[in-house]
Design a binder for this molecule. Structure first.
Ligand code: ATP
Ligand code: MG
Length: 569
């Protein structure tokens, strides 16, 4: 686990905290706060889940309570152990510890028993309509529902059929168990919703023990109530399901199944981010169709991708805190997420020099083999210490720091111009070597030895400062630059007939395989973070091999996207 999350700074309470505080005043739960994070293990968690994790675990911490991790594994066809493992790793990495690890499948027997109870009290029935007929009978907002012809089966017949459903006497889809509520309700969710269906599918935990599986709306609230959850926080689309949540729990008429008091469902607005899709189903498609290289491709919105890209747990927690808790859906600017990581790395990432698109500089008035060891600060904060960097006759600078025919206000290198090499000296460009195609391949420069350490003693003004690396000492590495994965602010908001994948950014990945890095970066360990002077924050990738480092750009120093026109950088 990374550094653990602690109680956040004091601030105005959000509406969920208002509810919890009010419950504490009335002693509804005897001061207890127990929340849960209930992912379905059908994919990797994304930044939206991070918001929900920070919210649920944050409330547990704030109120001296706790949070359960519950895998909502009622849909056997889509769930896998790989996803369970990744979810646990992500929650821990975010800095949270759960009180207990549960699975909705742990409750299959209780869910079954409670369903029999509902049948016995006349509140559930076995229906032989096909799922399509059930849809038709249900009507819609304008059209009243119609009772299923099986609605009035008596309890004994329902019990017999339900037991035989469980025993495997009927084929998949032949029958379902439905709650008997109100086919005329204005709330579609209350028009005799499905509770169980027959599905011969192997379950990642219960194997082949069951061939009927409970549906989400039934299983979810019941699982909360079995665990004694006090506040069950979910996203807004479940607001209309709340009457159903409460209805199921109210059927425990003899108080045999659930802890008291019953949990309360509270809805908040889900996180949506610009230039991002955020649904496990769509993220899975991006992986399956090869638009990205995997769930942890640093362009993805998954927690594992953000981790690989160099985001810190603290930056994600701060981001979640800043987004806040709202009752209305909105679109959060991804720039806020980028701001959160810049703010963190500004304080914590040591500075290094790296040249991404190298251009050779030869200092003609420096002898071959001459080496000046400079002591460069690792960070503006002196506690980070210093490192030794070699200045030699042959150097690499960034190709884009030279302009043969300089534009107005060009303060970087150009024929005859003088610039500062960061922390080293002043150089003046005296000659430009080109190949037969007219491509600049080398700059011949003269240095001012009196400027060693940075500036000339005569105080002459030199505006441009470039980063550089000694050619004799440089280590070669790969640097991966990322742009937004989508060109549309809201990829889901596509014109009719269009597809959200049409808005994929074809330039979202730029691999620079021949970057020249200062020598110390050869030993960078996967996950280590740096600021490369003038270029941004970078994190060593897991593809790094000894002597062949690979870096991901986490984020540029300033928002390059906003400045650039179109997709170029
Ligand atoms: P997805 O469609 O991405 O699979 P989901 O809501 O179906 O999302 P679950 O695994 O069921 O995913 O969600 C676990 C918890 O995370 C739920 O409480 C859910 O409300 C919450 N959650 C999911 N997406 C978001 C989001 N974008 N913002 C905030 N909370 C979210
Ligand atoms: Mg889901």
């Amino acid at each position: 686990m990374s550094e653990p999350a602690t109680t956040p700074e004091p601030r105005a309470l959000n509406f969920i905290e208002d509810i919890i505080e009010a419950d504490r005043v009335t002693e509804k739960h005897q001061g207890r706060v127990l929340t849960r994070f209930p992912p379905e293990p059908n994919g990797y968690l994304h930044i939206g889940h991070a918001k929900s994790i920070c919210l649920n675990f944050g409330l547990g911490i704030r109120y001296g309570g706790a949070t359960n991790l519950r895998f909502d594994d009622t849909n056997p066809t889509k769930e896998e152990q790989e996803y369970v493992d990744s979810i646990k790793a992500d929650v821990e990495w975010l800095g949270f510890a759960w009180k207990a690890e549960f699975y909705a499948s742990d409750y299959f027997q209780t869910l079954y028993d409670f369903a029999e109870h509902l049948i016995q009290i006349g509140k559930a029935y076995v229906c032989d309509l096909s799922e399509e007929q059930i849809r038709e009978y249900r009507g819609n907002f304008f059209k009243p529902g119609q009772d299923s012809p099986y609605r009035n089966r008596d309890a004994a017949e329902n019990l017999d059929l339900f037991r035989r459903m469980r025993a495997g006497e009927f084929p998949d889809g032949a029958r379902v168990l439905r709650a008997k509520i109100d086919m005329q309700s204005g709330n579609m969710n209350l028009r005799d919703p499905l509770m169980y269906r027959i599905r011969r599918a192997h379950h990642h935990r219960t194997g082949d023990a069951w061939l009927i599986y409970p549906l989400y709306d039934y299983a979810h609230g019941v699982s909360d109530a079995i665990e004694g959850i006090t506040h069950s926080i979910c996203t807004l689309e479940f607001e209309d399901h709340r009457p159903l949540y409460d209805w199921f729990l109210a059927q425990d008429t003899e108080e045999k199944f659930f802890q008291r008091p019953l949990p309360r469902q509270i809805e908040f607005a889900r996180l949506n981010l610009t230039y991002t899709v955020m649904s496990k189903r769509r993220l899975l498609l991006l992986v399956q169709e090869g638009h990205v290289q995997g769930w942890d491709d640093p362009r993805m919105s998954t927690i594992s991708a953000l981790r690989r890209r160099g985001f810190t747990p603290a930056s994600l927690r701060n981001f979640a805190e800043r987004v806040g808790v709202a009752k209305r859906d909105s679109l959060t600017d991804v720039a806020l997420l980028e701001h959160a990581i810049r703010e963190d790395l500004e304080k914590t990432a040591p500075r290094r020099m790296a040249v991404l698109r190298p251009l050779k500089v030869v200092i003609t008035n420096m002898a071959e083999g001459e080496t000046h060891w400079l002591e460069l600060a690792n960070h503006p904060d002196p506690v980070f210490g210093t490192r030794k960097v070699a200045l030699t006759r042959e150097l690499w600078i960034e190709a884009e720091d030279f302009m043969d025919v300089p534009a107005k206000k060009w303060f970087r290198l150009a024929p005859g111009a003088e610039v500062r090499l960061k922390g080293a000296c002043l150089i003046r460009c005296e000659d430009v070597i080109k190949d037969t195609n007219g491509q600049v391949i080398e700059l011949r420069c003269a240095w001012d030895p009196a400027s060693l350490g940075g500036d000339a003693p005569d105080g002459r003004k030199v505006k441009g400062t470039l980063h550089w690396v000694s050619a004799a000492h440089a280590v070669e590495g790969e640097v991966r630059l990322y742009d937004r994965l989508f060109t549309a602010e809201d990829p889901m908001d596509v014109a009719e007939g269009g597809d959200w994948r049409d808005t994929l950014n074809p330039h979202s990945l730029d691999v620079l395989a021949e970057a020249k890095l200062e020598a110390g970066l050869a030993e960078a360990q996967p996950g280590e973070r740096f600021q490369f002077e003038r270029l941004g924050y970078f994190c060593t990738d897991q593809d790094t091999k000894p002597g062949a480092p690979v870096f991901n750009r986490t984020v540029a120093l300033k928002d390059s996207w906003a400045r650039a026109e179109g997709l170029g950088k």
